[in-house]
Design a protein around this ligand. Structure first.
Ligand SMILES: CC(C)(COP(=O)(O)OP(=O)(O)OC[C@H]1O[C@@H](n2cnc3c(N)ncnc32)[C@H](O)[C@@H]1OP(=O)(O)O)[C@@H](O)C(=O)NCCC(=O)NCCS
Length: 243
């Protein structure tokens, strides 16, 4: 495991408009083929959307990492193998010079903490089947592989992504689940029946995943695993204290 005391100098916070240029730099460093103006427009939409919860990692006023969430709903065009409805962790990128120091883990823990606060029951994420770094990071946080065969609106039909799922230990979410509700944000146009009918295979696979043993245990510890909980908790206390 990486032990890096400079982690303490990393500040995690919700992304604001003033972070957009810094985020564009990080994203373009990772993928120079993407147009900067498109990134500016997309990040601007992220900031404005309260359901997306974009977060940044900042070191000495410099954005060194970015990540967001996305609430995904099915619609009438969604095929039978559509990925489950719910929250997805997307867009995680850490600046090259700051990788392997725990920043990606912190950005993931922070989004999970945010989702626990919203009563979310299950969180999803996908990545390329060869992206070992991303998979190891998410598996450390408790994510487990669901399937390679799934449809998602932004992916090509012959994509090589793997879908992962994490059950969050939220008592609120469990109560919502037991009443048959989904953990998606309320949306008047959300045809929930599609979720029930079209993702039945994926939900069966999900049911086989291990669930957190104690729903009442501290949410952060449960989502991060005992190995990382204290480190992340200390960090988040530092951040909370500094805001
Ligand atoms: C994937 C990525 C976000 C990881 O960020 P990071 O800040 O370097 O990750 P962390 O330091 O928090 O590492 C957490 C764990 O991830 C795994 N990991 C991270 N980088 C790794 C690498 N290069 N090789 C293997 N495992 C790696 C390790 O298990 C690590 O735990 P450890 O420190 O106990 O070994 C970063 O490499 C990145 O931005 N990659 C390009 C964009 C990308 O692939 N994003 C994910 C798309 S879903």
């Amino acid at each position: 495991m990486t032990t890096d005391l400079t982690l303490r100098s990393v500040v995690l916070r919700r992304m604001t408009v003033s972070d957009v240029p810094g985020c564009v730099e990080v994203l373009q460093e990772h993928d120079p083929s993407q147009d900067a103006q498109e990134w500016v427009a997309r990040l601007g939409r992220d900031v404005a959307d309260l359901n997306k919860g974009p977060v940044v990692a900042v070191v000495e006023n410099l954005v060194v990492g970015y990540a967001r969430t996305l609430p995904f709903h099915h619609d009438t065009e969604s095929p039978p193998d559509a990925a489950p409805e719910g929250y997805y962790l997307l867009g995680l990128v850490v600046a090259l010079a700051h990788r392997k120091r725990g920043v990606g883990r912190l950005l993931t823990a922070e989004r999970l903490r945010w989702l626990v606060g919203r009563g979310t029951a299950s969180v999803y994420y996908y990545t390329h089947r060869d992206n070992v770094a991303s998979q190891l990071l998410h598996e450390q946080m408790g994510f487990r592989g669901l399937t390679r065969k799934f449809w998602f609106p932004t992916l090509l039909p012959d994509h090589a992504e793997v879908l992962f799922c994490l059950h969050l230990p939220s008592t609120t979410a469990k109560a919502a689940d037991s009443q048959g509700a989904t953990s998606c944000p309320p949306r008047s146009t959300c045809p929930r029946r599609w979720g029930a009918q079209r993702s039945v295979r994926l939900h069966r696979a999900e049911a086989a995943l291990p669930r957190p043993p104690k729903p009442e245990q501290a949410a952060l510890s449960a989502v991060c695993g005992a190995q990382f909980a204290s480190r992340v908790a200390v960090h988040l206390r530092l951040v909370a204290g500094s805001s």
